[in-house]
Write a protein that binds this ligand. Structure first.
Ligand SMILES: [Ca+2]
Length: 420
């Protein structure tokens, strides 16, 4: 019965007359530059790259490079593959049990910053259990001496409470110094937990490499509802909704928010540091309002209180413009692209792309290049890839590597026409 009032609350907050307004692309009272909407961008007619198919997978989700330029590729049903640059695939055993359904399954894979010494590999996945699924973070040791295997697999962190719903998040990025692991935790289609400081849903977490709350986090050592930018019930909201909001703010016993780095995320499906050490995140919005965010400690990014999109039942959501409690996205997409994957490019194969970020578009069936001027971002180019793009990574060879979504999803290598 817990989910019902939370979903009701999410709906009540979105009712007309709750102070909501349609997206105002340029109106803002805040000091930050107004984010730009790139919903009308049209794909470029020609592509400045060659595209080669390297291998095909069953619902691939993520890829990670090993120091020897081989890759690990996850498949959502639970497969993990060791893949050579030429596309030879070997199955890796030892993957924990996952629940493959809807948006759930085996999700992200990342090699540890100290992989050369430890051979540690991190996985995220929807872990089945009593009460439903929860996002889990596990770590194992990759043994490639014989048949490839993950050994000594340990679950380091679990998203609680378990339950129904997609939108797991599950992306990992490591701090440039290699000491901390940042993990996106989606709000599981439950709305208000994204603003609840005592639930690690709708958050970006900062953990040690062992999965513990990292020292120096904004709420280290605290429990209770002291989160920055906590919800004020909108002025016109009915008494029942106000009471529900206050109830949602009540601290839950035995939970600690000490993992939390930032708050108010919906479904974060991309997380990466740029060359200057800034952390960026892409996030799926509702109807409209997909976001690119610059992530800062203690920031509240607004979901489900504010968004440049509207709810799926067409009820409006208040605009973030001019609301000092919430961080504005650096840019947003209406209509959506359904962003998946975020990779900064600093390679040599495409000199013009150095400093750019690349985002895959699921709904847009496109690859998007984002250019930056300091912390101001703009969509610079978009190419129609003819398939839902699930992941994008910059390879150590200077090429861009993409995964398509779906049961015959291809691993693509994008190279310069001038490269051999
Ligand atoms: Ca937001």
């Amino acid at each position: 019965m817990l989910r019902f009032p939370l979903l009701c609350l999410g709906t009540m907050l979105l009712l007309p007359g709750c102070g909501a307004s349609q997206p105002a692309q340029n109106a803002t009272a805040s000091e930050a530059a107004a984010p730009v909407n790139y919903g009308s961008a049209t794909p470029a007619k020609t592509k400045p790259f060659k595209t080669a198919t390297v291998a095909t997978f069953d619902n691939p989700w993520a890829l990670a490079f090993l120091p020897d330029q081989r890759m690990l590729v996850t498949e959502k049903p639970g497969g993990l593959w060791l893949v050579t640059a030429s596309g030879s695939k070997t199955s890796v055993t030892g993957v924990p049990k996952v629940h493959f359904e809807g948006q759930g399954g085996l999700l992200f894979v990342a090699t540890s910053p100290d992989f050369a010494q430890t051979r540690h590999v991190y996985l995220t996945y929807s872990e089945p259990g009593e009460g439903g699924d929860g996002l889990a973070l596990a770590r194992g040791t990759l043994d490639t001496n014989g048949a490839p295997a993950l050994r000594d697999v340990q679950v380091l962190w679990r998203q609680l409470p378990r339950g129904a719903g997609g939108q797991f998040g599950g992306y990992i990025a490591f701090s440039p110094d290699g000491r901390y692991l940042f993990l996106t935790s989606g709000e599981r289609q439950r709305f208000t937990p994204a603003q609840d400081p005592d639930q690690a849903l709708g958050k970006i977490l900062r953990l040690t490499l062992d999965g513990k709350p990292a020292p120096g986090n904004p709420q280290a050592g605290k429990t209770g509802a002291t989160m920055i930018g906590i919800i004020d019930p909108p002025e016109n909201t009915g008494a029942a909704a106000k009471a529900a909001v206050r109830k949602a703010e009540m601290p839950a016993p035995n939970l600690t928010p000490a993992e939390t780095w930032s708050t108010g995320h919906r479904n974060p499906y991309g997380l990466a540091f740029d060359a200057q050490g800034r952390l960026w995140e892409t996030e799926m919005g509702p109807q409209g309002g997909d976001e690119l965010n610059l992530i800062e400690a203690g920031g509240n990014y607004g979901w489900p209180v504010v968004s440049y999109g509207k709810n799926y039942d067409d009820t409006p959501i208040a605009s973030p413009a001019g609301n000092a409690k919430f961080r504005e996205p650096a840019l947003y997409w209406t209509p959506v692209i359904a962003p998946a994957g975020l990779a900064f490019y600093n390679g040599n194969m495409f000199p013009d792309w150095r400093g750019s970020a690349f985002v895959g578009g699921l709904a847009a069936t496109a690859l998007v290049r984002i250019a930056f001027d300091g912390t101001t971002a703009r969509e610079a180019e978009r190419w129609d890839m003819g398939a839902r793009i699930r992941a994008v990574m910059a390879g150590p060879d200077g090429a861009l590597w993409l995964l398509e979504d779906g049961s015959d999803g291809r691993l693509l290598r994008l190279t310069s026409p001038r490269a051999g």
